[in-house]
Design a binder for this molecule. Sequence first.
Ligand code: C2E
Ligand code: CA
Ligand code: CA
Length: 934
Amino acid sequence: MFISLRWKAVLLSSVVLVLISAVWIGQSIYGALASYDVEVQKKHQSRQQFLNQMVQDDLLKFIQFAQLIVQRSEIKALYEQPIEFSMPQFLVSMLPSWNKSIGLDYIAILAVDGSSLGEAYNKKLGFDIAPLKAVLSGFNTSDSQPFMYCQKACLQLSSKPFVFSNGAAGVIILGRSMADVASRYHNALSSDLAVLIQSSDLLENHRYGLPEWAHSMWVSSSTESIHAMLSAYSLEHSIENFQRSSSFSYENSEYSFNRINIPLLNRVGMSSVFIDISNETESKNKLIESVWRKVWFGVLGLVLSELILILLILGPIRRLINVAKALSLLPKHRYQEAVDTIAKHKTYVNDELTQLEDNTIFVSNEFESLYGKIQETNANLNKKVHSLSRSRAFLTRLLDNPSVFVLTQTKDFEVVLSNSKFKNGIKHSDNNFLHLFSNMRTKDAFIKEAQGLTLNTGKAYQHEVVMESCEGKTLLVSWSHTLVEDEQGDEIIVSVGMDNTEHKKDEVKLKWLANNDSLTKIGNRRSFMRDLNDLLDNHTQGAVLIIDVNKFKQINDIYGHMTGDEVLIDIARALKEVAQSMGSISRLSGDEFTVVLPAVSVGELGGFLTILSSALHGKVTLKNKTVVEYSVSIGAALFPDDGDSYQTLLAHADMAMYKAKKAGLSQWHIFNESDDNSEGLKRDYYLSELIKSALANNLFQLVFQPILSIEKGSVQHYETLLRLNDELGNGVSPAEFIPVSERLGLIRDIDNWVLDNALVRLSEELEFQPDLKISINVSAPTLQMNEYPMIFMDAIKKHNVDAKHIIIELTETAYIENFKQVLDNLTILTDEGATIALDDFGVGFSSFSYLKQLPLRYVKLDGSYIKDLRNHPDNQVFVKSISDMVTAFGMRAIAEFVEDKATLDMLKELGVYYAQGYYIGRPDSELLSNDFHL
Ligand code: C2E
Ligand code: CA
Ligand code: CA
């Protein structure tokens, strides 16, 4: 049970005060009572003295009076008196006057033998004289003595011897009623004197009898009321009670009874008791009043001192309680509150409590700063634990990473730890890392580099190693080794390896694709360029052949593209057989093949061409046993005789080919001077004139082909395509005039015209289709101009169009000569908000490296992969892997040439994001915003 210190102090001090007050009050009451008793005692004594004094005075008067009386001749000379003289008569006659003078009630003269010579008494007293006479008869006459005789009343008597004139001895006895003394006593002291006389015979005829005690009463005053009181008293107490003083309450008054002795007087006759009866009501009341006053003063004093005590104690106690309260706040970390609690009641007088308070504040402040430090330490610890667990989680993730090999090895190449990917992925017979190497050179290089690793440089040794998987497959692992310190301070090598096998395969394939035609598996236009340049640069003589399939369009139209493809593949196969040993072969475009023959002379060339042309006159048998025959026309130009530049040689070989074709099937022709100015060149010339006039007269037209978001099932994106008609109104394909204009250096003007006019349409269309985007084909030569970004920005400013609506399709990447400039320009354009698409991915020169280096958003998979996708599983694999890779790089793949629903469905399955092609929509002069329904 908790009892506050305040209440304890108050209670304790109250108890002490109450005790002190009680003692004080008790002591005062006791004193008052004691002094009252003493006073009563004194009063009693003085009364007794007073009564005895009165009796003595009376006795003295009696003796003087007796001397006077005995001198009278009637008495003195009794024996000389005549016979007739009667002493008793004389005494009776004299008694009234003596009664008057000194209140005499009895007188007797006795002879020496005690016989009475005469007597007289006051009849009013009404008592029997005979018993008294009997007492007196035995009286000795020689001495005088006082005594008292009580019967119905009490008399005080005194005897005095004297001598008669004849010399005989006699005694005179004088008596007086005690009533006189009693009334004087009452008058002087205003208390009553009661006399109780034993009197059995008087009971009946005495008015004031007290039958209980067998006494009769006789009293100085108020006889009736005192008799009533004594009667009541006698009912409860015995007469022996008067041996000592006693008190009695009667009719609302307090009385005291005190027995009074009169030792002067000998008693004769009936026994008697003298009692002083005083009304003590007033003094008793006074006593009670004084006692009460003392009690009141005591209580008042108690209350006052209690109040003062409380006032004195409570201040310090409150401070003490505050200290206790403050201390109790410390474990709850409420330090400021604790300090405030004390500070609120702080005094400016110094005492022990002040020290206690100061110490408590000090302790609180110490605790607070300690607690703060602990919390800070805790927070730091938590942070450390957190970061530790994070780094542990990171490490665990790293170790459990299913795509990297992680291991640690000593500097002696002992593998200490390794992750499960390593354990289950790479074949290893023991724990020596060196035993994983199959190639001595790479091993030695590794040992040298690994031993050269130093701590804290952050330098890692990276290399690629061929290793064997647990399943026996060859893996190409790219390792990175770093030297670190382990927790014991030992140096260990942390090795992380990445399985690059698949990646490498893709890269090899892409690389291969860059230089090869995926259909015929022989070189492509790029490899042709390389080989021709090689001939020009590194050989003194040689030849270029151009081989064109005769009526290939017809084969395509009659038997379908598949058959066309088969024919092309068969031609490539035959070409390889005959020409690969002599030179390099490639497919230039659709149905055009080339052979570059280094170090061949005019003499040799004719024979070779004959063999070749007959070898390329072949047939394919279709599944339905249909036999499709094909033949080629071959044109050749000699280096350096027919030209020493790429363009001339190519143009002359082309012309020779035209000539051969004109000559009929399976013909070949070697260029000669007269072939110049022939059809091909004429066509080029014609086209260049047409382009120039179209630019000057604004004859070009733009069409827009929708690009479908497969994911959303809607079109918001169109490719801008250029259209040109000749003067007869026949369309000329950009596939024809764009290469010519590139060759003639007109392409920049064309691209600028397209940009300007496409923006006109775009700004108009944006009002209706605010999310619209259009892509514009921009050739590599244009993108190589360092002023191109400025031209682009001026144009979009002029037409007030945001760059985010424009996608730049990078086409004809084969013509990129200054890659750095293209990259810089594209970076600026993307910074401005435009996005970039890489066109015709998979053919020509677009390579894997472009994907990584250029800021691309879209990659357009070349139509040759998409057309008839369903029937080419390897194309599906290609599309899928390129699309996945592109997506992984954060780009989106667009498939071109989507010509049917099946292809679109498949693309969707393969995860390609966008589709473009005749099935979605043909190029149109209108930008139709119809949603495409999948
Ligand atoms: P591209 O950029 O690859 O354009 C796609 C070509 O494929 C277009 O031919 C288009 O009409 C055609 N095409 C679209 N869907 C299909 C389909 O489902 N099947 C088939 N077989 N073909 C489809 P187009 O318009 O003759 O353009 C040929 C090339 O000329 C373009 O190839 C592009 O490289 C170039 N070109 C076109 N317009 C411009 C231009 O404004 N500026 C530049 N620099 N080059 C352009
Ligand atoms: Ca394009
Ligand atoms: Ca294309």
